[in-house]
Design a protein. Sequence first.
Length: 427
Amino acid sequence: MSARCAGSDPTAFESSSEGTDDIPHHGRLRRFFAVALTMPTLGSALGLDGGAIFQITAVEDLGLDPRTIGLAFALGVLSVPGQILAARLPLWRAGRNLQLFFLIAALECTVLALLVGLDVVGGGFALIALGVTVTAEINLSVLFVPSWQPLLNFDLTSQERQRVNSRGRAAGGLIVAGTVVLFGSADPVLRTAMFAVLGAVALLLAVAARGLPAPERPVKRGLDAPFLESRPELSPIMRRIYLVLGLAGLAAPWPLFLVYANKVLWPDANLGVLGAVQLGGSLLAAACWRSGRTSLGRYAWQAGLVLLAATVALAVVRVPVDGTAEQVVTVVALAVASGAALTILMALLERAHQDVDEATSVRALTLLDVVASTSLQVGLFIGGLLVPAGIDRADWPLDPYRIWLVAGAAAVAVGLASPAFHRPPKQ
């Protein structure tokens, strides 16, 4: 029996490990890293969060128009009710749900490989790919999200968990960047093979997930535990984290900035370079993250001040950008803002991990993702409204888009200044 899985009354519950006692801890840690390294590329292929690999396939191989693709991405919000319900899934289901997620992902990759390999262009068969990305978003929200971070919380120490979330994120980002470049230059045959390989990788991850520890289904008085647990009470600090994370998702790290730069701020800019700078800032911050940090609240607040400073620096740049000094300020501000936003996210995520326990981890960490993803989608929508407003108000000293960024960064910094974030986490 695992002491971490048992209740306070040893006669009330019977529980055992998930069959992972024979797997050394370092072996399980490698499996966690394998998932962290692979998920960004798998998500890009399935169109999660507008994945680049899927976008290339939809436009170049399947002949789908941008409006239809955008509608399919927007339908991802259909997963929110299911994700809220999934927040009540018990922790003992996390390992099995993770396996099921990868099995479904393997099937979805196989479908995309068949569509590209059969040279399906336009028509009803091509629309199957849009069904794949919608179901992939639901699959992620209902199976992966309520399982991944709670499993990290269950088995890993704080330092190990932070290494997976930071170094795994950084290395996974580099892998997906290289894969996107290769995919973009590949012919349909190679693209078909790449989807097939990703499907095989998903199957291997499903097998590897069997070795990730999770409590076995408990038994109480001879009756199986319920499929859905009651809603455990969340702490005040978790509510504060949700609030700040929601504010950060609305305006950081500068949603639709590339569109804004092209239409308003810097029409002559190389958007590929700006996109690389934005990605590079967050990857560098993830790679530089140190897992031994203890004062996470203060560190997040300092990152909030850096984000505000970078946003103010962008606000004072003249429009349109044409001088070398202004170009340098814009590029540096973009990189710094991306790194600061990622640092805030990492600090809040680990602070949340330190505040939850086995009874609250699934609900608390799943709702954390709901807040983050929903606020990001709302931020993208607001950005889409404010960019055209900036075009129409080019004579303003500060256009609506940058006013919104400054206001959002200031709100995040104020939220992180709360004394609640500087109190030690519960033990």
